[in-house]
Ligand binder design. Structure first.
Ligand code: MCU
Length: 393
């Protein structure tokens, strides 16, 4: 090979690497009006997502947009995380820049069998779905890790003891980080417990359902995410909630939510009046979970939770799964006529199917679920002005 050939080979390599590099977001995000649900398959710079490799770039970009605009920064794994198994649970010890915190998570094993068992990490101590007897339950005490008791909880909890009170992470981002460390500790102690660390899901209801969705979106080791009645700030889209509000319905909106609690970063308060300009909405939060299992359980009859918003938002998020060729890895089921966080019997077969497929790897379980017990009036043509590509290459 002569010098010219060598140079040409280098140039070709450079072009290939450049073409595959992920586009970087600008330092200052210029927001532009888009009243519809933003296109999951177009980068911030206008480039189209055409294959699976580009989707993983776009996924990173969406994650960064959430961190910068809504959720605050999710810190990387710190210098030291260790676990100690005790009878009934695990103690997780985290050290970061010479500060140390520790917390306990209880582990409840199935009564029958020796394991290793799949597990669900509950956001909060209480569970609102019937967890099958063959699944272990690990309780993550989110309130102690990052408080959610109104505005006065900003910066309160173990996360902020470690990272500083003014850290941009919202309470939900802090929980996602905490669950990540809990999984680190479970991985490290895998010979001393009976949990299958590759088969871990998460669930929570209402505010903890918003948390469960964020945890599933931000922590890639979670294989199944089950947010229940998470409403606005969870399965709902900001734009769709605003639309309900315009129609005179009593729905929670972005403007209200930042006043009520600390589920979002102070960063979000800065853009909360600019919902139609946001380059993200919560269909993209569901998109972050793809291709992993996601079963969104919603309530079709409580306006505050935004039924058409949660249904339309999740049905739109499911298009990311469709593009990846795994539409049935995501389900949305909206059922009314029961009180908040009470699991209706009619959803039992759906829940069983998701658990079966994602925690027990039974690929034949039927998880192709998009349903609502009442007509919620979400019209795709009003909200979606983009096409779903095939990203399976
Ligand atoms: C649905 O989640 C929240 C909702 O966002 C709040 O506005 C309301 O105050 O509480 C709900 C909840 O967590 O209920 C337990």
């Amino acid at each position: 090979m002569n010098l010219l050939q060598l140079l040409l080979a280098f140039a070709a390599l450079f072009v290939t690497v450049w073409a595959q590099a992920c586009p970087r977001l600008p330092r200052n995000l210029t927001l532009t009006a888009n009243p519809r649900l933003p296109d999951p398959f177009t980068f911030f710079n206008g480039r189209k997502v055409r294959n699976a490799a580009q989707w993983s770039c776009r996924r990173e970009e969406i994650m960064e947009l959430f961190e910068r605009l809504e959720s605050g920064i999710l810190p990387p794994k710190p210098s030291s995380v260790s676990g100690t198994i005790y009878d009934g649970g695990i103690t997780v010890k985290i050290t970061n820049r010479r500060k140390t915190i520790s917390f306990n998570a209880t582990i409840k094993y199935p009564e029958k069998g020796r394991g290793p068992f799949p597990a669900l990490i509950t956001i909060g101590r209480y569970v609102s779905i019937p967890i099958p007897a063959n699944v272990a339950v690990i309780a993550f005490e989110n309130d102690a890790f990052a408080g959610q008791n109104g505005q006065s909880s900003r910066g309160i909890g173990q996360f902020y003891d470690l990272h500083g009170q003014n850290h941009t992470a919202s309470a939900m981002t802090a929980w996602a980080w905490g669950v990540g460390r809990l999984i680190d500790a479970l991985e490290e102690t895998s010979r001393r417990h009976r949990i299958n660390v590759r088969r871990i899901g998460t669930t929570g209801c209402s505010r903890n359902g918003k948390g469960a969705l964020t945890v599933g979106a931000f922590e890639p080791r979670i294989v199944l995410t089950i947010p229940q009645e998470s409403g606005t700030g969870g399965a709902g889209c900001w734009r769709l909630a605003d639309d309900m509000m315009k129609r005179g319905l009593n729905v929670q909106t972005a403007r209200q939510i930042v006043m009520e609690n600390v589920w979002f970063s102070p960063k979000f308060s800065e853009v909360v009046e600019r919902v139609p300009e946001l380059p993200i909405d919560h269909h993209l939060l569901a998109g972050l979970v793809a291709p992993r299992g996601l079963y969104a359980i919603e309530h079709s009859g409580i306006d505050w939770l935004g039924p058409p918003s949660t249904f339309g938002c999740m049905a739109t998020g499911r298009k990311v799964y469709e593009a990846l060729g795994v539409a049935d890895h995501m389900g949305i089921s909206s059922v009314g006529d029961h009180s908040h966080c009470q699991f209706p019997e009619s959803q039992q077969p759906e829940l069983d199917a998701f658990i079966d497929k994602f925690l027990f790897r039974n690929s034949s379980a039927d998880t192709d679920i998009v349903r609502s017990d009442v007509e919620l009036g979400f019209k795709e043509e009003d909200w979606i002005d983009w096409k779903v590509p095939k990203l399976t290459r």
